[in-house]
Design a protein around this ligand. Structure first.
Ligand code: ADE
Ligand code: ZN
Length: 326
């Protein structure tokens, strides 16, 4: 089995990571102090102790509360820079993170402020750490499509900062078809599209994301196994799934890592990748996710290499840019 140094040395891309989900308790407290905010937890330990989730919504409630510590351009810089340093330590060579602008515009923080901090850190990540990046603007699916459209319109003058749009937050009851128009507008404007589907929601939400939102990757997608026909389609189209093993066990999508289906999907020919989703909340960054899969599912060297390769070829890098990592 591949040792951890071997996994670290594999060139890897991370394609499913929410910047707000990389806000570590230590940084959250530091930002709260800097911004004169009182958090509803006594200290870092009390906050970490609250990270016990029964499902996705339990997590989202804390995730949105935690994001309230982010106020200034420098806060968004510090958040993004801290994540990139973790990437460097884990052997991550390319990232395509999400940010959730609506979480912050609702609190009066303009998208321009969010993007200024994030983009400055991503540029430093390229210059100082050699990590390339493409940013994804993600819509909150528990809000209305009109809110998503207004968000896209506010972001369009800043379009040099992001290359794709995504869809996240509470999945059940908020199907992809709710967002058909805003995704059509985004496509029309030249953005690539991705969407969370088949995390807690049914296989049909994956089909909707493919057919109605015309996504180029499915985020999560692990419930595809409930439709053998869909699995065959994912294989024949070589549609990437950005799977998040530690997230799935912490949010009880799988009761135990030994029950996770990522390696079965890989062996069937589905183009799966490993990602950390919200690493500050789920107990580990990208390398920790590889290690958890290795330990629980007896991942082989060949499987680790295939997963790392998939992360590069499923990225938005051009064929030429991908070549250096293959
Ligand atoms: N936002 C952040 N992490 C998420 C996840 N795993 N699913 C849906 N929305 C999210
Ligand atoms: Zn996610």
């Amino acid at each position: 089995f591949p040792d951890t140094d071997f996994l670290r040395a594999l060139p890897k891309a991370e394609l499913h990571m929410h910047l707000e989900g990389s806000l570590e308790p230590e940084l959250m407290f530091a930002l709260a102090e800097r911004n004169g905010i009182t958090l509803p937890y006594a200290d870092v330990e009390a906050l970490r102790a609250a990270y016990e989730f029964g499902n996705l919504q339990d997590f989202l409630d804390l995730y949105y509360q935690g994001a309230d510590a982010l106020r200034t351009e420098q806060d968004f810089y510090d958040l993004t820079w801290a994540y990139l340093q973790r990437c460097a330590a884990d052997g991550v060579v390319h990232v395509e993170p999400f940010f959730d602008p609506q979480t912050h515009t609702v609190r009066g923080i303009p998208i321009a402020v969010q993007l200024a901090g994030i983009s400055r850190a991503l540029a430093d990540g390229q210059a100082e750490l050699g990590i390339s990046s493409r940013l994804i603007l993600s819509f909150l699916r528990h809000l209305s499509e009109d809110d998503a459209i207004a968000t896209l319109q506010e972001a369009l003058p800043l379009r040099e900062h992001f290359v794709a749009v995504g869809l996240d937050s509470s999945e059940q009851g908020n199907p992809p078809d709710k967002f058909e128009r805003v995704f059509a507008m985004a496509r029309e404007a030249g953005f690539a599209c991705v969407a969370h589907a088949g995390e807690e929601g049914p296989a049909d939400y994956i089909v909707q994301a493919l057919d109605l939102l015309k996504v180029m990757r499915i985020d999560h997608g692990v419930r595809c196994v409930e439709s053998p026909e869909l699995v065959q389609r994912l294989i024949s189209e070589q549609m990437p799934l950005t799977v998040c093993p530690l997230s799935n066990t912490r949010l009880k999508v799988f009761a135990d890592m030994r029950e996770h289906n990522i390696l079965q999907l890989l062996e069937q020919g589905v183009k799966v990748t490993i990602n950390s989703d919200d690493p500050a909340y789920f107990g580990g960054y990208l390398l920790a996710n590889f290690v958890a899969v290795r330990d629980a599912l007896k991942m082989t060297r060949e499987q680790a290499v295939a997963l790392a390769r998939n992360s590069i070829t499923a990225s938005l890098l051009t064929d030429g840019e991908q070549q250096q990592w293959l």
